[in-house]
Design a protein around this ligand. Structure first.
Ligand code: ZN
Ligand code: ZN
Ligand code: ZN
Length: 143
């Protein structure tokens, strides 16, 4: 937590109580929370915070590579995780039935792809990749 706060300060961002609460909510969530779930946690200490404020803070944290947004393709919305400090670059499995999200320690993008893209004069600054499907539990429930 304090490391993340220090990083934000270093980059010239003010640490508002809301911003601190958003980071704390992400850190204390057991599973990956949606923006709505982040809001519910933040509201316990900052009752006046709006969903808008949560989105704005999440947007900033994403830009700074502190938070990663996982596209769940679900109506409940995308989920978020703290990536800075705790994880190396990695990707996710998303269950389209129950919404369960899991980290997976592989990256399908290799240097050949990057080289191919750079041939076009394009500078790569990042990529996203998610596996979609059915988790083991949901598969077992069906059969
Ligand atoms: Zn599932
Ligand atoms: Zn992850
Ligand atoms: Zn990757």
């Amino acid at each position: 937590m304090e490391e993340l706060v220090a990083l934000l300060r270093e980059k010239g961002y003010k640490i508002t109580p809301q911003r601190r609460a958003v980071i704390a909510a992400l850190l204390e969530s057991e599973k990956f929370p949606t923006a709505q779930q982040v809001l519910e946690i933040v509201k316990k200490t900052n009752p006046d915070v709006s969903l808008d404020t949560v989105y704005r803070n999440l947007g900033l944290l994403i830009e700074l590579n502190i938070v990663y947004e996982i596209n769940t393709q679900s109506s409940a919305g995308n989920v978020f995780e703290i990536v800075h400090i705790h994880h190396e670059h990695h990707h996710h499995l998303v269950c389209l039935v129950c919404g369960k999200t899991e980290c997976i320690d592989i990256c399908p993008v290799n240097q050949d792809y990057i080289a191919e893209v750079e041939k076009r004069g394009f500078e790569v600054t990042g990529h996203t990749f998610e596996f979609y499907g059915k988790c083991q539990k949901c598969r077992e429930a069906k059969s």
